[in-house]
Write a protein that binds this ligand. Structure first.
Ligand SMILES: Cc1ncc(COP(=O)(O)O)c(C=O)c1O
Length: 381
């Protein structure tokens, strides 16, 4: 097509706004990423080694924890943390139904049973009062998810754990750098699990995860479990897994970690801009963040009644949106055996039918946010 044709094409369709634009971020760190990858390859240090060790040290400092262990994914981080705590068959772990499937899948993979508690609709996070109702003699742990980057109500959950002798496992897959009462997530429970899935606030260029803790015994167990149950080559003390954080991913994550506070701050600024512009828009509920927490806005989710129609209209305007998550876990076919039908968790179910994630990533511009809000105003009923 000639340059005239190109021009026409550009004016005919507005530039697409993605939910997350990973390439925009890559362009800002491109040289550093390639140089880090080259270092791994030219030193043939592909498995564990200094890049993984270096990243683990930096990530522990970032979280303010004594230990961080890199593993193959966020799902594995949860499974290995559960195993390291000795949780398995016959045990119950309480978590939420409005999360990514791996939260509950990890519980099942450990051999334990997932038990769900409903959420607080304003924050979308686990409701401690509902958790209390679900505690039985078999309960071994509470596993809150810091959903969308906002920490759960950790003081109330900690109290329940202390009263009932339970472990507190933070699913911090969406909350790298988030704070609860001035404390970074990851330092509040016995152990915390992170995902480095590419679109996370700290995302690898493939899969990755980490388990952080201040407890040396838990850290040591996770370290063994991720590497075939050994400390030393050829001596396997327990049966474990191959779930090591890939060295190339560790090198990339080390580059990205240096920018994470800055990127999280930009996410917060974008969220504030959305909040302000949307405050006067009828029938759109903006996300509520509690005074005592600092969210890292992994997702900016609003609530709207006619969600699916609005989503289609925004798509026609070249604006991508997401739904986190459309099907609560108790209604997933894979968990039908739990026998929990519709109506079991009304608040989570209502949220699932109304949440709409708007584009949010550090590199987006105020103008893009304004375009999205203008389109929303036009189409929301
Ligand atoms: C809340 C939550 N928990 C666990 C996971 C699992 O992480 P991964 O995809 O790295 O296995 C994810 C990511 O999808 C998540 O969002």
């Amino acid at each position: 097509m000639n340059s005239e044709g190109n021009k026409m094409e550009k004016t005919a369709t507005a530039e697409k706004i993605r939910l997350v634009d990973l390439d925009a971020q890559y362009q800002t760190i491109r040289e550093e990423v390639w140089s880090a990858m080259k270092d791994v390859i030219e030193n043939s240090s592909f498995v564990l080694g200094r890049h993984v060790k270096g990243f683990e040290g930096s990530f522990a400092r970032f979280c303010n924890t004594r230990f961080a262990t890199g593993v193959a994914s966020g799902t594995d981080a949860l499974v290995l943390a559960l195993k390291a705590l000795g949780i398995g068959p016959g045990d119950e772990v309480i978590t939420v139904p409005n999360t990514a499937f791996p939260t509950a899948e990890a519980v099942t993979l450990s051999g334990a049973n997932a038990v769900f508690a409903d959420i607080k609709p304003e924050t979308f996070n686990i409701d401690p009062a509902e958790v209390k109702k679900k505690i039985t003699k078999k309960t071994r742990a509470i596993m809150p998810v810091h959903l969308y980057g906002q920490p759960a109500q950790m003081d109330e959950l900690k109290e329940l754990c202390q009263a009932h002798n339970l472990m507190l496992i933070e699913d911090a897959a969406q909350a790298h750098g988030a704070e609860y009462k001035g404390q970074r997530v990851g330092t509040i429970g016995n152990v915390a699990c992170f995902s480095f899935y590419p679109s996370k606030n700290l995302g690898a260029y493939g899969d990755g995860g980490a388990v952080v803790t201040n407890d040396e015994r838990i850290a040591d167990k996770v370290r063994m479990l991720r590497n075939h149950g050994r400390h030393e080559k050829y001596c396997h003390e327990i049966e474990g897994y191959n779930s090591r954080l890939d060295a190339l991913q560790a090198a990339i994550l080390s580059v990205k970690l240096k920018y994470l506070d800055e990127w999280n701050e930009k996410r917060r600024q974008h969220a504030q801009h959305y909040d302000k512009l949307l405050s006067s828009v009828k029938n759109v509920t903006t996300p509520k963040v509690l005074d005592e927490v600092k969210s890292v806005y992994h997702v900016y989710a609003v609530r709207v009644k006619d969600r699916d129609l609005l989503r289609r209209k925004l798509k026609e305007e070249n604006i991508d949106t997401g739904i986190h998550y459309p099907i609560p876990l108790h209604l997933q076919p894979a968990l039908a055996y739990l026998g929990l039908g519709k109506g079991s968790f009304p608040k989570a179910e209502e949220a699932a039918s109304e949440v709409l994630s708007l584009p949010l990533y550090p590199e987006m511009t105020n103008e893009q946010i304004e375009t999205i809000v203008d389109a929303l105003k036009q189409h929301v009923k």
